[in-house]
Design a protein around this ligand. Structure first.
Ligand code: C2E
Ligand code: CA
Ligand code: CA
Ligand code: CA
Length: 270
């Protein structure tokens, strides 16, 4: 009986969340935060990851870990994904105007979005409407897409690379990854999951893993981003190991659009 009740509660919470989420976009409750990528050899900001935020008048701030799965199951991730891609492309054009540099922006893609046959057009339109060159847009894909075997996904990925955008493999090492995926799909960037970064440099096994992932990625001509960098020790280790880029609270948390623009001008001109 208890089990049934708590199942119902969880299910009801989910339905409530979904109902609110359905109106979130139209009610302008969603926003995009940006977290910088730092080029380790030069210390320069080279781009940012776009991360969705939801401030609901009824539910308060809802974490992406809670609402993204609901958006995926309900299919709402398709309009939400289109929205954030468009926002992100426009933002990257603004950064370029402010700084004079070609900064790139990375957008997270759910497997569910690859079930939408209009995806390639949607992304093509986000690029052409904003004027952002394809090579300034990066799509972060997780091993889930490769595992779930979404029909037609490989073809879509090929079509997307014709837009000259870049693909990165996100959360590398956390899924049931098969290394053959790395050869089969045209990735240009590999993101080491923060669960590995957390334990460096004090845990010798984490050290070996991170070192090996970086060497393997470079052997495959992929650039490497370490996510979740929180300490100077982690940063120093990654720099010594030749990791290309880092992202994490050590540099900056994700920032609202206007705050990120401030951050950029501070970093670039002071
Ligand atoms: P993710 O793609 O792995 O994004 C990185 C997460 O790590 C973000 O959480 C970010 O705020 C957090 N993070 C960044 N630096 C640090 C750090 O130094 N330490 C720690 N502990 N955490 C750090 P966030 O923004 O809560 O997003 C959670 C997840 O939700 C994302 O994980 C991504 O899977 C998903 N997500 C967020 N926005 C979108 C979106 O627009 N579309 C899709 N499909 N998924 C999204
Ligand atoms: Ca990501
Ligand atoms: Ca990640
Ligand atoms: Ca993650």
């Amino acid at each position: 009986k208890f089990f049934t009740n708590s199942m119902n509660e969880a299910a009801q919470r989910r339905i409530r969340l979904e109902n609110h989420l359905r109106h979130a976009l139209a009610n302008q409750e969603l926003s995009v935060y940006y977290q910088p990528f730092i080029h380790l050899a030069s210390g320069v900001v080279v781009g940012a990851e776009a991360l969705m935020r939801w401030n609901s008048p009824e539910l308060g701030m809802v974490r992406p870990d809670h609402f993204i799965p609901v958006a995926e199951e309900s299919g709402l991730i398709n309009p939400l994904g289109e929205w954030i891609t468009t926002q992100a492309c426009h933002a990257a054009m603004t950064w370029r105007e402010i700084t004079g540099y070609e900064l790139w922006v990375a957008v997270n893609m759910s497997p569910r979005q690859f079930r939408d046959h209009g995806l390639v057009d949607t992304i093509g339109n986000a690029l052409s409407d904003s004027g952002l060159p394809g090579h300034c847009l990066e799509l972060e894909i997780t091993e889930r897409l490769l595992m779930e075997d979404v029909p037609g996904a490989s073809e879509m990925i090929q079509e997307l690379t014709r837009l000259e955008l870049r693909l990165s493999i996100d959360d590398f090492g956390t899924g049931y990854s098969s290394l053959s995926y790395l050869k089969r799909f045209p990735f240009s960037v590999l993101k080491i999951d923060k669960s590995f970064i957390t334990d460096i440099p004090h845990d010798p096994e984490a050290v070996s893993l991170v070192r090996t992932i970086i060497a393997m990625a470079h052997g495959l001509h992929l650039r490497v981003i370490a996510e979740g960098v929180e300490t100077l020790q982690q940063l120093e280790f990654l720099y010594q190991e030749g990791c290309d880029y880092a992202q994490g609270y050590w540099f900056s948390p994700p920032l609202a659009g206007d705050r990120f623009q401030w951050y950029l001008t501070e970093q670039m001109f002071h």
